[in-house]
Design a protein around this ligand. Structure first.
Ligand SMILES: [Cu+2]
Length: 279
């Protein structure tokens, strides 16, 4: 089965390259890790915008305030109550008001955080009722394969581009793949995620998706890309010696471009055994 799939993938790589050159050229936007980058990648989906808000506006200021408060307490204790400044220490052991305060205040802070975080976790987890398209993603040692279950099970493998090919194509090293996952913009995409050998994790930071790919289990995630462009992610579960070399390249294109792409891929695939039938 592997050999049939590889042959199909090889044929598709050629077709895919031709289509990529014609209809998917010149992405307007790319999301990828950058040298010296700080913070989260720019959001390209509503869920990722909420995650960024939760991280940047809700959590980060709280963490900064709490860390500074604890630092101030430590400095105060060190300066005011050292052996020289305070030679005769007090002997009391309990202070009821302060013990109630340092129990209640953290509880209130955590409840406040959960008010924002629980609904967000729920929205991340629950795929919307109306799904426009389903793509099944399978992690292998060490590449990803994609199956367009709504399009006659059209499937292909995506392998990392070697350094020289990535450089020649003007694509980022260790992130670009020979075949990209392609989805239409402003469409709700259900991603079904599994693995064929060991546990991998399909992660696409700009879309706010990170989901374990577990052999024998079909996990589900979803995203809705708000802008066209090329987005990069990586396997995020240590899965073996080439774990760092199974990146994810996602192209978000207009619906018309997607329709043209899938039609071209399917016609290129005619006459070869497709992934779904080859199982
Ligand atoms: Cu992996």
């Amino acid at each position: 089965m592997r050999s049939i799939r590889s042959a199909a993938a090889a044929a598709l790589t050629f077709a895919g390259t031709a289509v990529a050159a014609s209809s998917l050229a010149g992405p307007a936007f790319a999301a990828e890790p950058v040298p010296g980058g700080l913070g989260l990648q720019p959001a390209a989906s509503p869920i990722m915008r909420e995650i960024a808000f939760f991280h940047d506006i809700v959590l980060l200021p709280l963490i900064v305030v709490i860390s500074l408060f604890v630092l101030a307490l430590l400095v105060w204790v060190a300066v005011r109550y050292n052996k020289k400044a305070n030679p005769v220490p007090a002997k009391f052991t309990h202070n009821v008001p302060i013990e109630i305060a340092w129990t209640l205040i953290p509880i209130l802070i955590l409840v406040g955080i959960s008010v924002v975080s629980f609904p967000l976790l729920y929205r991340e987890d629950q795929t919307p009722e109306k799904v426009d398209m389903t793509v099944k993603v399978t992690g292998h040692q060490w590449y990803w394969s994609y199956e367009y279950v709504d399009h006659d099970g059209y499937a292909f493998d995506a392998n990392m581009l070697p350094d020289a090919e990535a450089a020649a194509a003007g694509k980022p090293r260790l992130l670009a793949t020979d075949n990209a996952m392609v989805v239409p913009v402003n469409a709700t995409i259900r991603v079904q995620i599994t693995a064929s050998d060991v546990i991998h994790s399909w992660a696409m930071p700009a879309m706010g998706v990170k989901m374990d790919a577990v052999p024998g289990r079909l996990n589900e995630a979803w995203f809705r890309a708000e802008k066209t462009g090329t987005f990069y992610g990586q396997c995020s579960e240590i899965c073996g010696i080439r774990h760092a070399f199974m990146p994810i390249e996602l192209k978000v294109v207009t619906q018309a471009e997607f329709d043209a792409w899938i039609a071209a891929q399917q016609s290129a695939d005619a006459g070869t055994v497709q992934f779904a039938q080859a199982q």
